[in-house]
Design a protein around this ligand. Sequence first.
Ligand code: ADP
Length: 578
Amino acid sequence: MRVKRDNRVVILVICIILICIVASLGFKTHGEVEEIVQEQFNEQQLLLTRQSAAGIKSFLEEKTVLIEVLAADISDMSPEDMTRRFIPFYHKPSGFSSIGFVNSTGVIVTGYPVENTAIGLDLYATNKNKSFDRAKDSGETYSTNPVLLVQGGIGSTIGVPVYSGDEFRGVVFGIIEISTISEQFLADVIPEGHGHVYMITRSGRSLYDGAHKEELGKKYIGSFCTDNSSYADILREQMQEREGTGYYFDESTGERRIVAYTPVVWRDRVWSAATSVPASEVDNLIRSVYAKQMIFLGSVIAIILGGSLGLIVMFSRWNKTLEAEVESKTGDMIRMNKELLLANERLKELDKLKSDFVSMVSHELKTPLAAMRTSAQVLEVADIATETKREMLDIILRNIDRQTNLVNDLLDLSRIESGRMELKFERVSLDSVIADSIESVKQAASEEGIKLDVELSESLASVKGDREKLTQVVINLLNNAIKFTPRSGEICMKARELNGQVEVKVSDTGIGIPPEDLDMVFDKFYQVDSTLTREAGGTGLGLAICKGIIEAHRGRIWAESELGKGSTFVFTLDKWSD
Ligand code: ADP
């Protein structure tokens, strides 16, 4: 029981320690998780803006190269032919809102589509000749800051000088609407409802804003935030072509937002693309990571608890089995101990019986010897009367018989025990055995004033047996009955057939046998401890010999008795069968 309780306590303590370790690890990682998720989220936002910036950059590069190819293509063409050449360039999914040509005097002479081109516009007259002059002087491609377009919206112009041989013919230009870029590279970066993307120029003007589409060209600082706000700080970083992430407080909605920004560098233009996402998005993400962490923690704790319970149940069962085994083994030992004690007691009894026997046999041998000696001494005297002589001789002869009987009994018993008793089997009629036996005890019974009755079934079956030995058994039982029945008592002999056997009973109205002695009277040397037994004398061998003889005939013998009322000795033998 102690072991069982100890095991449970140890398992419970280990279980609690494990749960504490797991829980503390969980809480420790809880804080780290928040930081990591935040970092990763910012990193991811930054990656998105980088991707958009790279897309925009390669788009603009491609358009520039296209215009440069076109410039080489149209170097010797007339303006009319140029227009035809522009058409396939325009219709290719090129993204230009118009393609046109400015002649060497700074006048737009042709373009496609016509409605998007300010044909006839003199750059010098309208003071838009700065980039044109630079291209004319350097022979290099240029790009302009986004400006308002004739067809609406804002766009940037890519201009490439055209030469015919060494002669400067003018500039071929393509206009790219910023909305084309933003639709393609910015509009779908962040799913609707989760934030927006915006792009600003180096001077902080809006080129695109997913949240304020109508505010194009406006300066952020001043329009969307005050000069000393946290947002203004981020915008200033953007205007300085930096890359990074930051938090700001949106004054209009009152929420905290995360901005990831990166510069978009195209030739001599530098813009800045950015994603702006509510900080609650990260919180949601952190919460979902926490939820998963809690599920994992819960599962681990459940596994620890389950495992511990399983172990406790296993140990209890194991202990129960052990207990049962110990109990059964203890039971066996107690039983064996009892058996040993009984055997010991039996041995002691046997030892006592043997001692009793030795003293009894010595006594039984000595008494007749003493009587014989006295008689012999009387006979020594020469002149004794003839009658006295006769008496002395009788005494001597009786005592010789007594000793002979004792020695015979001892020899019989020794033969029975060593299995050397020889039986002469023949067909024996029990009628005659009983008659002979009655005949030999008749006188003794009448001397004791005891009535002898015999009840035999008619035509009693014969048995297979040794006539002499069976007669010895019946005489012995009758002699005992006479010995232990007071004067004027009765003895009755009965014999009958029962269940294929012959049953013989010798009943008396004598002193009876106590119940605890009933089985033991058949043990050798056993005598019931009573005054009458002592008076009656005897050796305690008679019934042991009877039992030996009956069992050698494969029969059974037993005693029934009521103390003070009488005893019945019964034996059964198999019927004779041909
Ligand atoms: P013995 O008669 O020589 O003592 P037995 O073996 O014949 O030895 O009997 C053993 C004991 O059984 C007797 O000493 C006696 O105590 C008891 N006994 C035997 N027969 C009877 C009887 N008919 N009635 C009462 N006691 C008997």
